[in-house]
Design a protein around this ligand. Sequence first.
Ligand SMILES: *Cc1c(COP(=O)(O)O)cnc(C)c1O
Ligand code: SF4
Length: 335
Amino acid sequence: MIAEALAAPDSTSTVAAWQRELQESFRSPAALAAHLGLEPCPPHVPTAFAFRVPRAFAARMRRGDPADPLLRQVWPAPAETHEASGFGPDPVGDLAAARGDGLLHKYHGRVLLTLTGACAVHCRYCFRRHFPYAGQTASRGAWTRVQEALHADPSIEEVILSGGDPLSLPDARLAAIADDLAAVPHLRRLRIHTRQPVVLPSRVDDALLAWLSRFPLPTSVVLHVNHANEIDAALMAACAALRRTGVHLLNQAVLLRGVNDSVADQTALSVALFDAGVVPYYLHLLDRVRGAAHFHVPEEAATTIMMQMRDRLPGYLVPRLAREDAGAGAKTVIA
Ligand SMILES: *Cc1c(COP(=O)(O)O)cnc(C)c1O
Ligand code: SF4
């Protein structure tokens, strides 16, 4: 993890309000538990994947409830240390597919760019929690080579900015990246995979909106919201501002035991997302990453939830239930 990158704002830009807010994030389970009135502090374990929760996200957790679905996503439960067969450090084969310089070209026409390993929040189920980002990001030093690779392959129609969280980078850097991408003649679409507008709505500020508005190609921003309780007034305002720039807002969620593994949870999530102007895109089965087995929901249970959602919601509010299989040419859609 290169979380420190967050605390070192780009030298060419001034420190934005969201960057200052990030520095006030909770860095220890005990501090968050005290803030939420959880006495005594629920059991937790120290882990190499650091604890990190912005105050704006903690504000949506219920006070005094150790089973809160938002808290569960970030809590380093003792179960993280249990060995579970089939759960490893690189569950989706990203290391095998990496071309270096943060370029991941697994699917036809789409290239995923890992811009940074930094995230505002650390989700305990993250499939990249053990990813060795050093040498595997499209950093400034690698950027010329990344551009050459994009220009050299006319089959690439879409670039996906990913991470970590690409919006961890300052807007001056992102605007420069966007300008360089706009100069790739065969590029038709841009996509941004980010959780920052969710966990830190102040990230959607004028500087971000300015370069997004200017970017000439159709753009989608794929958010990561797992539970309806994550959608508050601040996030809705951030979504409205993003939409005014002309971007399409989609959501990908992860199906997590004890967080959102019921028809009621998933239905409420889809409805709340659409109220915020966001269309549900994928519901991912958990990637089998070491330390996350306690979040696992079996495929049959997941399929049942989907079938019941289809009975209750319009088709466009039912996400695709998908699994990522290492080495496959696309996500595997299950239902
Ligand atoms: C998920 C993913 C994509 C995007 O897949 P879509 O089905 O187009 O959303 C692209 N590249 C990689 C490496 C991915 O993991
Ligand atoms: S925001 Fe995304 S990349 Fe970052 S820790 Fe959470 S799931 Fe992983």
